[in-house]
Design a protein around this ligand. Sequence first.
Ligand code: HEM
Length: 492
Amino acid sequence: MNFAISAAVAILAVVLTIALRTRRRLREKGFPPGPDPLPLLGNVHQVNSTCPRLTFTEWKRVYGDIVYCSMLGREFVIVNSEKVAEDLMDKRSRNYSNRMDMYGLISDTVSLNHDDLWRAHRRVLQQTLRPEALVVYRHTQLRCAATLLQNLHDTPSSWWGHIRTFSAATIMGAMYDHDLPADPKDDKAFCTVVEGKDLKVHLGSLGMISLLTVFPMLKYVPTWFPVGRYMNAAKFVRAMDEMIETPYDILQKRTATGEARPCVISEALSKFQDDSKLDNVEQVIKHASGEETVGSNKLLLYQYSPTSLACKTGSTLLTFTLAMVLHPHVQKLAQDEIDKVIGVDRLPYFNDKPDLPYLEAVFRETLRWRPVAPLGIPHAATNEDVYEGYYIPKGNRFINFIRAMAQDKNKYPSPDTFDPSRFFDSDGQLTNDTCEFVFGFGRRVCPGRHFAQASVWTAMAHILATFSILRDNDASGEPIEPAPDWAEGVTW
Ligand code: HEM
């Protein structure tokens, strides 16, 4: 018994000594302010595991715009303001464009470090997804929007499924000229993408990365073991390969028979085929484009409802749907504007955008109100640095807390209120604030943002021009009050 007590006291003494030393080290080095860490655990025990943003929001209140913490041996800085994000990720982008180590399992654009291969990916993406190049794919977005309207008309109760299908169809159509059938679950390419993104999103979660850091052997957990399918490295690599190869192979076959219409992949192949600056052009294009498909289909990041698979385009439309249900007067104003400008004989087209300022304000407020990537995708520092007197260690990860930026009370008074009028100045003109921060920062800024914006805007405009989004009724005919439940997930 005496031995047990002595051992316990000794362990406690060691833990306390390490804790005090860690604390002193942080203070001496001048790290940004943050909660006191425990040895080994860091601050992981303080983070709300189902909803980390609640903890981060509280830390912002206590420590300010830049917060230092550590989780299971990994060091993080949480960036809570646009200014700090711009100072570091934009102005010092050379140093803040790395990503977190993914154990070499993932080598798509979003996971690559700031190296030559990533530069090659970005070149392809920037060329193929720049606004002028996207004009060619507008017909795909319009075709998918027309199908969305038809589906909503036929089975309105399946609206969420229709929105997800729209999101997947726009991206797969533009990337691979791949038409999705009415029920995409029957489509081989779609299924490989869903499987791949599902695994990737689980493996890429902060929790899973932290776990694998401490217990790397977990990568070998067999797939039959509970949650093993989300850890098993071999299965993951196979799923990634299939996700990239399957839609590509289908496109190649259709190209050979002359059926394929122009798409991002075929354009990229013809544009970069003879580019001496790109090694292994086909691989780069396949992987960069494979990421786009995933990028647009990522798991629901921060949305309401008990969630299943969704994507950022779909999640944004889900937020829009909720906002319209909760704010019928906003919906009516947007519909009145569309009726007045477009009339009732045709649907809104991209060229109508400048003539629909209220719709534009609704679009911006949808992006801002509940950003679908609330914690961004972590950046990492290549070298140590000093910012505003704070020491930033080499390899430190940065969580761009986009949700906190969207809640900045100085920029967005009453930030929880869905209020499109905040985007008009006192002369009734749209302000310059286009909420670009929801697409990230610096060299890593989302390359799909122009495509995503066009898809979301088209769907919103088409839906508002043809339908009213209303509350459902319960069995006794009373309208059901929506009770949004915001789930939190991966920011990968
Ligand atoms: C509303 C829809 C979308 C939102 C809100 C969004 C947001 C983001 C954010 C916050 C990042 C991280 C940026 C950073 O690290 O600072 C990102 C990265 C990325 N996004 Fe998007 N995205 C959307 C749609 C899309 C679409 C449609 C595509 C493809 C066509 C796409 C492709 C990518 C890629 C490839 C990256 C990784 C870039 C890199 O690491 O260099 N995204 N996105």
